[in-house]
Design a protein around this ligand. Structure first.
Ligand SMILES: Nc1ncnc2c1ncn2[C@@H]1O[C@H](COP(=O)(O)OP(=O)(O)O)[C@@H](O)[C@H]1O
Ligand SMILES: [Mg+2]
Length: 275
């Protein structure tokens, strides 16, 4: 039997024994996820950073009652980081499953965040898992694991950072159902920021309005707009007693740019919006 040493440092396992993580749906994404799960189809979430993709997956995994294995992909991540490797332990060589293998064996949900960041060899592992074979070949051990019906693969990527090298190959992306995520509509975002930070809704409302104005500058001067995550940070600082102007500076302006000109333009928007 393989020995599971939980070797992958970047994997977190959230068991659905607590509550269901708070998530405000934007449209039909929960129903689509349920359908994909039922029909054993893999799912791709597209959208900017900090708009709720990870929270959505945590919420749905809990709703489905499945363990979740989340891997944040980075440019050094190899197929072996996902599938597993032999490790030396007390003079013995033991096989340690990676997070993808653990998800397949346990019928869990594997979420590969920012999958385009990973090395090319990762796609070789994903392809047989994402068609109707649903197989995970472990080259090193010679094992061929058939995914149980409960296993589901979810990946995310941020088309905003897209460039020639860092976009999904058609042969990979055409294996997934896909949903586009955006920032929540105003009323929903106010409710989310209030709930997550504990700050009263009427105090979150101007922050959300400001974020939406700042997002309008995206493209011209900014690569990415203020995320819902940053809004939550900002409201959390204010709720803890920080002056709103200081909280806005450190949560909604400084994280966006290093350019003095752009920073000045953003602060101008703050002044105009909040008066
Ligand atoms: N629809 C939503 N419901 C509840 N919280 C949300 C929602 N969208 C965003 N958030 C909040 O924004 C934060 C960032 O979302 P996250 O899922 O980590 O973004 P992403 O994975 O898209 O980068 C979450 O921790 C949560 O506080
Ligand atoms: Mg995420």
């Amino acid at each position: 039997m393989p020995v599971n040493l939980s070797a992958a440092k970047d994997a977190t396992t959230i068991h659905a024994d607590g509550g269901v993580p708070y998530y405000v749906p934007m449209g039909g994404e929960c129903a689509l996820f349920e359908r994909a799960y039922k029909h054993r189809l893999p799912l791709l979430l597209k959208g900017p950073t900090g708009c709720g993709k990870t929270r959505f997956v945590a919420h749905m995994a809990a709703r489905m009652g499945r363990p979740l294995y989340t891997v944040s992909c980075h440019d050094d991540l190899t197929a072996a980081d996902l599938t597993g490797r032999y490790l030396l332990k007390g003079g013995d060589t033991v096989w340690a499953d990676g997070p993808l293998t653990r998800a397949v064996r346990s019928g869990g949900i594997c979420y590969l965040d920012e999958v385009v960041e990973a090395r090319k060899d990762v796609t070789v592992v994903l392809h047989p898992l994402t068609d109707d074979r649903r197989l995970l070949p472990l080259e090193r051990t010679g094992e061929l694991i058939e995914a149980p019906p409960e296993f589901m693969l979810v990946v995310s990527y941020n088309p905003g950072y897209q460039n020639i090298l860092k976009s999904l190959k058609p042969s990979t992306r055409q294996r997934f159902l896909a949903i586009e995520f955006g920032f929540p509509p105003e009323a929903a975002e106010i409710a989310i920021v209030a709930k997550e930070s504990g700050l009263a809704e009427e105090r979150c409302e101007p922050l959300v309005r400001l974020a939406r104005r700042l997002r309008d500058l995206k493209g011209q001067d900014l690569e990415e707009g203020v995320s819902t995550r940053l809004l939550v940070y900002c409201a959390t600082l204010i709720q803890s007693g920080m002056k709103p102007a200081d909280a806005i500076l450190s949560a909604m302006i400084e994280p966006l740019t290093d350019e003095p000109d752009i920073k000045a333009a953003l602060l101008e928007v703050v002044a105009v919006t909040l008066g």
